[in-house]
Each structure stands twice: as structure tokens, then as C-alpha cells.
Write a protein that binds this ligand. Sequence first.
Ligand SMILES: Cc1ncc(COP(=O)(O)O)c(C=O)c1O
Length: 385
Amino acid sequence: MRFRTRAIHVGNERDPQTGAVVRPIHLAATYIQPGAGEWGEFDYARSGNPTRAAVEATLASLESGAGALAFSSGMAAIHCATMLLEPGDHVLAGTDIYGGTYRLLHRILDSAGIGVTLAPSTDLEAFEAAARPETKLIWVESPGNPLMSITDLAACAELAHRRGAMLGVDSTFATPVLTRPLELGADIVMHSATKYLGGHSDVLGGALVVNDRELYDRLYFIQNATGAVMGPLEAFLCSRGIKTLELRVREQCRTAARLAELLAADPRVARVLYPGLPGHPGHEIATRQMDGAFGAMLSFEVAGDFLAAKTVVESTRLFQLAVSLGAVESLIEQPAAMSHASYAPADRAAHGISDGLIRLSVGLEAFEDLRDDLGQALAKATESS
Ligand SMILES: Cc1ncc(COP(=O)(O)O)c(C=O)c1O
């Protein structure tokens, strides 16, 4: 079955009891067992739930994995992956990562005795130079957040394995429609299901997908022991969202590409960061690594400073001023003040996240309406400067 068909059918087989074409939402917290010490397929909702199992089956199929685990949030999923590490181990992460991941690495992991280094994963020589003998996990995002940098995932997997480390990829921006990191050699792929998988800004969730059963068992143990599982209502909403994932993502990418071109030609815009633009430093890798499109996230810098960017993000009417991304409605935000406010200011500057940077999540509205909305917001910023 093709990707789009699997998104609809895998995990969503007809309900055996009623024949319903949509699987019911199972809310039961506990399950009657065949006997004392004899376990049925499900026993307690933290350990397993049919609605969650359904979305996990779909995700494993879409990411070409052997197993998937659904979590209460993307951060819970990342935290679970990092719990594979022990004190004394080291994590090497890309510089272009979600602010919450940066906070988890710097404020939670390092106080647990795990070393953390951030280095540019787009420059593999510099990246490898930052690795240590005790590096056990390499963590990257591609496209990265918020600079849309592209990391060569196959090369990173080779680097990680040569050094005896695992490669984890936060593939939230790419979605399995555009990139399937496990096929490129990654060990763990992670999603904030809050974004494209759910797709409608109405669910908080996360996922890990792996292609090794032993690694799956270790992660399952941690998830069950710590308890940050995805609830049944969220699992249902994710399953529903995933059925239209490919259609949504491809259409959103088309609009994003047109907006990126438009912004790149606009004299009020200092630079546009979108891997689909031929001038983007990661364009060539993205062409190879991403399946026919370059994502629906893009960032740009307005000439000027923090205040000019603040005026733009506060002046759009259709692009709503909010963090998060990946849903049908378009969003706009200023990373320095919002999604990446948890970065130390010096790190933000060192990693190229300027005060004038604006990040767009392009939704499913008509291109013309989004174009006009950005145009009037840029005009306001120019007037007030
Ligand atoms: C790329 C990326 N990874 C991880 C997360 C964290 O996911 P969640 O908010 O579902 O915990 C986010 C949230 O914005 C994100 O954008």
C-alpha cells in the first residue's frame, strides 16, 4: 500500500465488534483479565490502550519503523528518549533545535549528570569535533527550528554509528510525508504530534518511532515506568488527523514555497530561510532528502530590529500570533521573544536567531489571502520605522 493509503487504513481496520469504519475511542482505565497472573492483550491503560495502539500502528507504518510509542506531548517523547542515557553520558545536539528541547537538555539533563553540547549539525566536521568518547546520543532536527537548516541525516547516522552513538531525529517539521529518517539510518524518529500529525491545533501529543525491537522494548519500559502516555481522545484525534496528513502537508508546502519566493523578492525583507529556495545552503541536501517538497515552515528577517519584527507579527490578521505550527490555520511568531525565548541570549545570537527573525507556519488558507496579509503587515512595519 502507498503512504496515503496506509495513513487511512493501517491501524484503522474495521471495528471487529460492530463493523464501524471508524474505530471507537476506548476510555477504560483497566481491563478484566482471564485469570490471576494471566494477562490479556490489554491490562491497564498506562501500559496499553487500543485507541493508542491504533495510532502507534499507523505511525510505525508511515515512518517505516518496527514500533511506535505515543506520548502525552512531544517533550515527553524527547524526555523518554533521553532517559536511555546514564550519568556520565553525553548528548550532542544540533544548534537549530526547538527551544523546549534546548531547555530540557540544559536545565534537566545536565543537572542529571549528562553532558550536553550544541554544535551546528549542518557542518558535519564541526559537529563531529564537538562529539566526545562518551557521546551516546546525537539529536538533530531537519528542517531545524527556527532557521530551517537542513542536516544530512544519512551522514549523521553514519557519524553516530561510527562513534557508537544513536541518532535521534526530531522530524516534526518534515513529517513522514517528506522525510523518513529511519530509512536514512536514524535510530529514533520523534514527532510533536501536536503539529502536523494532529494538524488542527486541538491535540497535544508526541511520538517516538524506532526500527529495532530491542530499542522499542527499552523505550516502552521507560514510558510505562514514567507514565507520559497519550490519552485515548488525543490518540483518536491524531488518527483522524493522520488520514489527511499527506494532502494537507503537500498543499501547505505549495503555498509556503510561493510565499517564500515572494518574500525573497521583497526589498523590505532582509533574508528568507526556506530550504526550497535554490540559494538556501541546505537546498541540495533537502532536494535529495525531502520527498518532493520543502516543508510548510519558513522564516524571514525584516530589515531593522526587534521592533520591526514585533510590528509585523502583531499586524497580521490571518497569520495568528501564536507559537506552535503545522495546523490548518497559519501562524506567525517572533522566535527571540516566543518559541526560542528559553535560549540564553548569547546562545541565540551565536546560533543566528536574530531579534528580527519571524517564523511562519503556513496553513491551508488561500495563497492570495496569506500574501495580502503579509503585505499589509510589512507595510505597517515600514511605515512605523
Ligand atoms: C520541533 C519541535 N519539537 C518538539 C516540540 C515539543 O512538542 P510538544 O509541544 O508537543 O511538547 C515542538 C513544539 O513546538 C517543536 O516545534
